[in-house]
Design a protein around this ligand. Sequence first.
Ligand SMILES: Cc1cc2nc3c(=O)[nH]c(=O)nc-3n(C[C@H](O)[C@H](O)[C@H](O)COP(=O)(O)OP(=O)(O)OC[C@H]3O[C@@H](n4cnc5c(N)ncnc54)[C@H](O)[C@@H]3O)c2cc1C
Length: 413
Amino acid sequence: MRFMANESYDLIIIGAGAAGLMAAAEGAKLKLKVLVLEGQKEPGTKLLMCGGGRCNATNVKVSEKDYHAGCAHTLRHVLKGFSTGDALGFFEQWGAPMALQEDGCYFSADNSARTVLKSLTGAAAGNGAQVRCGARVSSVAFQDGCFNVVAGGSVERARAVLVTTGGLSYPVTGSDGSGYQFAENFGHQVVATRPALTPLSTESEIFTSLSGIVVNAGLSLWVEHRKVHAVQGPLLFTHHGFSGPVALEISRAWIDARSRNGKVRADFFPDVKNDGVDFLFQGAGQKSLKNLLGTRLPERLVLILLGQAGVDGSKRPGMSEVGKNDRHSLERVLRAFTLPVKDAAGYPKAEITAGGVDLKELKGASLESRLQEGLYFAGEVVDVDGRIGGFNLHWAWASGVSAARAIAKRVRA
Ligand SMILES: Cc1cc2nc3c(=O)[nH]c(=O)nc-3n(C[C@H](O)[C@H](O)[C@H](O)COP(=O)(O)OP(=O)(O)OC[C@H]3O[C@@H](n4cnc5c(N)ncnc54)[C@H](O)[C@@H]3O)c2cc1C
């Protein structure tokens, strides 16, 4: 069916976050008349928080293996249409060059998420898209061949609507889940949502006293004596529990395994291949256990770990003062310590929402609804969530571009 020709806009995009702004830039470049409606006073509030304000916008290698998604086929096709090189080229062109870190993450070269946001709003406006802020959309309906979109008392009409309202994470940034409601109103299934990439909390005062300490750690999730997930990287102790990339990364699996009594174990020497502690004692001479550990881990953590192991830190391994039982206790605490996790911080502190609009109900890489012609979804509102490393923003860029191209094709057909 062709769209009717007398609407005000070719495309209305709901939400001026990462996906919406990228889609606006691409859609307008393809000569669509685009209006973006944003509920907040400014566009891209969440983008400004990304990567601690430095914005980890993409990764040197992006593939479907970096994501959880309801349909691998669609995910693959969307990613194929917008590579890391495409993202770098776009941001370079619009004044936000990226710099590569050793770990493969690309951050804004001037360490400013604001520069990234400026480049997106510049691209959207430069290509001719209109962005209206303070315009929270309350309803979307399809009538007489076009969409009526209600925002703050005014009704806008368009041939196509792209929902880029984000998920439920960090609702203070404007993403409060209204996109799921729009989807459900058109008969869509929303795959159960839950917070992901969220800090883990503890009630153990021993660990909250370590607040501010960062160590390189391997975290593994164990369910019924099986290791089901493992990650390695910086672990940050906070006033509330455990954060930093590894804690955020394992939170999704922990939340899913919570009802099965999943346990998070920490290895404080993840670069040492075997499980033992003998490597610590080589060339120990007269040094005490406490001093030996102190050369490798922060002192406050050493004292707590020795306390947890119940081993006297003044013992000298080089003088055969550390027996078999002590070694076993040290192994348990240094290489497989069960972190006393109480809970996950939830949506207010989650970087991303897992679940969302069911990909199987969207038509391949176009991300068009199978239930309502002309209705599209992109970004976090869809059932795709990535790991830490710039993958979630890359999904926002790629899915925004993919949907915008499909809409341009449809409207111009
Ligand atoms: C603290 C933090 C740090 C992060 N750091 C990174 C990082 O470094 N790298 C990375 O890859 N990912 C990061 N993420 C994840 C990343 O921010 C998201 O994946 C991305 O922002 C999702 O983009 P989006 O456009 O789908 O949604 P959002 O960016 O959430 O944008 C949705 C927009 O829609 C608007 N909106 C919602 N409902 C309505 C409505 N009814 N009417 C009008 N407007 C509406 C909202 O106000 C919002 O502006 C981080 C997330 C957080 C919270």
